[in-house]
Design a protein around this ligand. Structure first.
Ligand code: MG
Ligand code: MG
Length: 246
């Protein structure tokens, strides 16, 4: 769907709130903090900015952010987990302003992390930006996933297939989906005013996933590390505009 400039202005505002949630949680990441405390920090930002949470109560999800450590790919529920030196932690944040949604995620290291973990984080973020570079009017949607996949697999990692990015607007998850791989067809033509959440999930090992009994936590099947980066991005006449940057 193509959004009006008025709608895009609201999404820009929602994106700024999400960016602030990133900054606040990132500043708090250290050994000894719980994922529940990180959730409380993000909730404070939502409150302070007069936004609403799109995560809370989403199909019953009980928090305003997802916190997914180490071999957890996405959708982790904040709780008693205590961050440890050497962990990596993926934090997914979202907010609604005047009915319009923002959605973005990052992965950070906790203290000193392994060279593999560091490389995984860098490559996953770079794969997201390679995807964003494809977001120009007239290009085809699935060029995004092709670019993401090239960076991730070029570094010796794999991209998750079962979970994907999405169009976003008056709902967090709108059609079409944005894969992080080339799905075999080019997909729709990108037009000015379209907005997508692009979100590569990159694994050190195999791309296979495993859903935990809590019905939310998505793990790598092989127990290897996974990272996740996401931005909400609009197609404009002058190229991509990333709404969820500070
Ligand atoms: Mg997200
Ligand atoms: Mg998303």
């Amino acid at each position: 769907m193509r959004r009006s400039s008025d709608e895009l202005a609201k999404m820009r505002k929602a994106g700024k709130v999400v960016a602030e949630m990133h900054e606040a949680t990132r500043a708090a990441i250290r050994p000894g903090i719980t994922t529940r405390e990180l959730n409380a920090i993000a909730a404070e930002v939502i409150e302070k900015r007069g936004a609403r949470s799109n995560f809370l109560n989403y199909h019953g999800f009980p928090a305003v952010i997802c916190t997914s450590p180490n071999d957890m790919i996405v959708h982790g529920i904040p709780g008693d987990y205590v961050l440890e030196e050497g962990d990596i932690i993926s934090i997914d944040c979202g907010a609604i302003i005047e009915g319009y949604h923002g959605d973005a995620a990052y992965t950070a290291g906790v203290g000193q992390i392994s060279p593999t973990a560091q490389k995984l984080i860098e490559v996953t973020e770079r794969s997201l930006w390679a995807g964003i570079e494809q977001m120009t009017k007239g290009n085809r949607l699935n060029e995004i996933g092709r670019a993401v996949q090239k960076v991730a697999e070029g570094a010796g990692f794999s991209v998750v297939r079962e979970y994907v990015g999405h169009a976003i607007g008056t709902a967090m998850h709108e059609s079409p989906q944005v894969t992080n791989y080339w799905p075999g067809v080019p997909g729709p033509t990108l037009k000015t005013g379209m907005v997508f959440a692009v979100e590569p999930m990159v694994n050190v090992g195999s791309p296979e996933t495993f859903l935990m009994d809590d019905g939310w936590s998505v793990m790598t099947a092989d127990g290897e590390l996974s990272a996740h980066f996401e931005h909400t991005i609009a197609i404009t006449d002058n190229g991509p505009e990333v709404f969820t940057l500070a």
